[in-house]
Design a protein around this ligand. Structure first.
Ligand code: F6P
Length: 363
């Protein structure tokens, strides 16, 4: 008797609202339409390195649509091509990809669906070059993946960030303060831009438009003179002053991108209080943006992407990522994704829209 097709699913990188919705969609479609056996690989690429996996039955992928995080676990450190291993107490990076390929063969996987950000998808692209049939699904709250208009998780992050901005308005107005809300996004300002517009931020600071502290102080003073005795600043964690540097919160050496950004909001708060004489407070939203249940928009997007990824598996469209292009789902070569993050361009329409309603970018 011919054995069933076996497809592995893994989630890599930071967790993100909608991961479980993708797992559910990929697994259900393949089980229902293609009589496929689904293998859940645990903790991202760590599972391929260490042989951590389990068979997923229909019941395992039912009732998970609305769940945050990932039922499979994840790792933003594991990397078959530069895995951190301890040698005589020291951490060294080793290429363990041959062992991973052997493990995949031992697991009898016919293909793997890799759900992750640029790090995970870049590794997926290398695995594909090494002969493993892979399909990618773009995930990140940062919305910075090349080849797709949008990623699932982004809408949820923007909704939570917007709620945060709405809530600090009360204190800003009542106490006549400057309130700074710092949001995640790595080297891209998508979350800050969208939430800043939705929450009516007076000043939005993004990595793509380096700011000048004097300009920000002058906008706050002008607002004060006009009778608006408070100001709301939405700052992306990767924002930096003209000619200056980003603020690094910590280094995770084992990770492909070691820098973890964060803290620019605190630095700005101190500088602006000094320059304007106005009381200033900073709220860092951080991982709040990544936790919990996905919005309805993200549930729908994750389901569409998951179903398309399953279709790619059935049609053997390997080495590809499912992407969003306008209202359609497109096929994007995984190697495209490895070319670097999708950043906000100078002529971005939303930046112009924000400027039209008087928002400053501190430039
Ligand atoms: O890529 C998602 C993200 O949340 C970024 O916005 C942030 O810079 C980073 O991950 C934080 O990573 P960690 O969870 O390792 O601190």
């Amino acid at each position: 008797m011919k054995r069933k097709t076996r497809v592995g699913i893994l989630t890599g990188g930071g967790d993100c609202p909608g991961l479980n919705a993708v797992i559910r969609a990929v697994a259900k479609k393949l089980m229902i339409e293609n009589n496929t056996e689904i293998i859940g690989i645990k903790d991202g690429y760590e599972g391929l390195i260490r042989n951590y996996y389990k068979r997923l039955d229909y019941a395992d992928v039912s009732g998970i649509l609305t769940l945050g995080g990932t039922i499979l676990g994840t790792s933003n450190i594991a990397n078959p091509y530069r895995q951190a291993v301890k040698v005589k107490g020291k951490t060294v990076l080793r290429d363990v990809s041959k062992k991973v390929i052997q493990n995949i063969k031992r697991m009898k996987l016919d293909s793997i669906v890799c759900i992750g950000g640029d790090g995970t998808l870049t590794i997926a692209s290398s695995l594909c070059k090494d002969g493993i049939p892979v399909v990618g699904v773009p995930k990140t709250i940062d919305n910075d993946i090349r080849g797709t208009d949008v990623t699932f998780g982004f809408d949820t992050a923007v909704a939570i960030a917007t709620e945060g901005i709405d809530r600090v308005h009360t204190t800003a107005q009542s106490h006549h303060r400057v309130m700074i809300v710092e949001v995640m996004g790595r080297t891209a300002g998508w979350i800050a831009l969208h939430a800043g517009i939705a929450g009516g931020g007076d000043i939005i600071l993004i990595p793509e438009i380096p700011f000048e502290i004097d300009k920000i102080a002058s906008v706050i003073r002008q607002r004060h003179k006009r009778g608006s005795r408070f100001s709301i600043i939405v700052v992306a964690e990767g924002a930096k002053p003209k000619g200056g540097k980003v603020v690094i919160k910590r280094m995770v050496q084992e990770s492909t991108i070691a820098e973890r950004l964060g803290g620019i909001g605190m630095v700005l708060g101190r500088q602006l209080e000094e320059q304007t004489g106005l009381e200033t407070r900073t709220v860092i939203m951080g991982h709040l943006l990544r936790g919990g249940s996905p919005t309805s928009t993200d549930r729908i997007l994750a389901t569409r992407l998951g179903i398309s990824a399953a279709e790619f598996v059935i049609k053997k469209k390997f080495g590809m990522m499912v992407g969003v292009n306008g209202s359609s789902i497109s096929a994007v070569a995984l190697k495209e994704v490895a070319k670097g993050p999708k950043l906000i361009k100078a002529d971005n329409q939303l930046v112009n829209a924000a400027r039209c309603v008087g928002t400053s970018f501190g430039d």
